[in-house]
Design a protein around this ligand. Structure first.
Ligand code: MN
Length: 259
């Protein structure tokens, strides 16, 4: 099994290193990861300047590794079209320091790295740890490596990926694995206006997390807050089926200028 590992926290992130070491126990691993932290870069790719790569080393691992100047999606493109001798069987992106649930998904470089693999038709898994401090990556790393094997054995529909979030708990305290759906809003957004030393205003995007107790059962957020690993199947097709049906009745033709 050929495994490509990337992330959005950067080549020096401990979560990446733990994931690479776990994946080496089940397959042949190559790493192409951003040179520095590209969290919340979403699915952006670099079109207006060159990308550069340099060899890197992952502590405790044999894997061939590169640090790249681009985003997680760039890293997947670089790997698949340039750096890898053969197409990977599966792409893993993580382990992110911090959960990726609810509306995080569209901002997340971790999820977007996996999405880029799905776009290229390669089965992919995004992996995140529900921790702000004192991360314990081992459970998430070994679960992700085992899940990668399952994904290769069972296959995945094209255009699909898995979004995995793991509680920051010892293996003995994790209650199990739940297959979940994406939860809704998790932040109350806030914009802070401050003044710089020259008297000009500047702004800082901030937000407060909504209480995890508000999460609906069956969602990623609910599973995590109850001590379960959450596995959410995602698809690249963002169409809203109910609104699609309703829109047909809006008679949008009538909005065109008279022909
Ligand atoms: Mn990150």
């Amino acid at each position: 099994m050929r495994i490509l590992v990337t992330n959005d926290d950067g080549i020096e992130a401990e979560g990446l290193h733990a994931l690479v070491r776990a994946c080496e126990r089940v397959g042949e691993v190559t790493v192409v990861a951003p040179h520095h932290d590209r969290s919340a870069s979403g699915h952006s790719i670099t079109l207006h300047k060159p990308l550069r790569v340099q060899p890197a080393r992952i502590p405790g691992a044999r894997a061939e590794a590169w640090a790249a100047t681009g985003t997680p999606a760039d890293c997947v493109l670089l790997a698949v079209y340039g750096l890898l001798p053969a197409r990977p069987d599966v792409v893993l992106c993580g382990i992110n320091l911090g959960p990726n649930i609810g509306h995080d998904l569209t901002y997340s470089g971790t999820v977007s790295g996996a999405m880029e693999a799905a776009v290229l038709g390669i089965p992919a898994i995004a992996v995140s740890l529900d921790a702000e401090a004192d991360p314990q990556y081992e459970v998430a790393a070994s679960f992700a490596a085992a899940l990668a094997e399952q994904v290769c054995r069972r296959g995945m529909p094209p255009d699909a990926l898995l979004n995995v979030n793991v509680p920051n708990l010892d293996a003995s305290r994790i209650r199990g694995v739940q297959v979940t759906r994406q939860s809704g809003r998790r932040y109350r957004s806030r914009l802070e206006r401050r003044t710089d030393p020259r008297g000009r205003p500047y702004y800082w995007i901030a937000g407060e997390r909504t209480s995890p107790e508000d999460a609906e059962p069956g969602t990623d957020s609910h599973a995590l807050s109850h001590g379960f690993v959450s596995v959410t199947p995602l698809q690249m097709d963002l169409t809203h089926p109910a609104l699609l049906s309703a829109l047909v009745g809006w008679e949008l033709d009538g909005l065109l200028p008279r022909r």
